[in-house]
Write a protein of this length. Sequence first.
Length: 301
Amino acid sequence: MIIYLDQNKWIELARMAYGKDNSARAKRVLRDFEFASNSGHVEIPLSSFHYVETSRISNVDRKVRLGTVMWRFSKGVTIIGYSAVVRHELESALAKHFSQITVSNISILGRGHAHAFCAPPLKGVLAHIEEEVERSLLIGNEVLGIKPPASHSSEYRENFREHLATLHSRQKEVPKELHENWLYAMSTIDILKPINDTILKHGIPKEALNELGEQKLKEIIEDMPTRSVDLHLHKQVLRNPSYRARTTDLEDWGSLAIASSYCDVVVCEKHMADMLKRDGFRTYARVEVNLENTFTLLRGA
């Protein structure tokens, strides 16, 4: 079973682990997490988004405390990066229309930052210190001379926040009868490079893709679980005229699109849980808000 915790839930868990929350509930949650993470039947992976968000924490002590708890319960297990998931989903969706496509296998779970970022593994690291080097990518290591990673770039998250903030005004420029097509086009343009890479890899002419027609092109997007989640979330924003885009939306949308599609349980903040569940939308994962409910479900499984 795979349990995915949104960043704010890791922070909540860290507060419990360091006694900032010493309530009876906190003790129950910690006990359940310890049991689950050591059971051999439950994985609580980190994603690339966890690494990035943790690196943004300016207070080094706070960053180290959070990273330590993340490593304690994840044990270095990571969920595969977004680009690999998109390419796999594309091959699976396109294979329904093009027989020459062979779908590549992916492992949702792996170990370390390389799996999370779809990056080459570290070279020249001795096996007996490999785990400590990986751990240092979250919290640093004084002995190895590795400082806790620090990132201050906000370009991508600000671009995405602006994208969501202007969604309503941009939709007004589109004829009402084309609103749905506009959404599908936006979802397609977002993965244009992976699409081009995939059809080139399998020798599919671009014109063959266009010849599928509007409905089948929409079906390709719908057959991609993470694109389906992204499409649903965009619809929820458009149905809420008072939606206020946040700087954390990029990480929330990106991480939860994968987690809700490939994990068994996702625990996230109420705002995102509500959006994911609206209009009867069903994700593969059971979406929860309360950390305690995660293990109530496990005990009943």
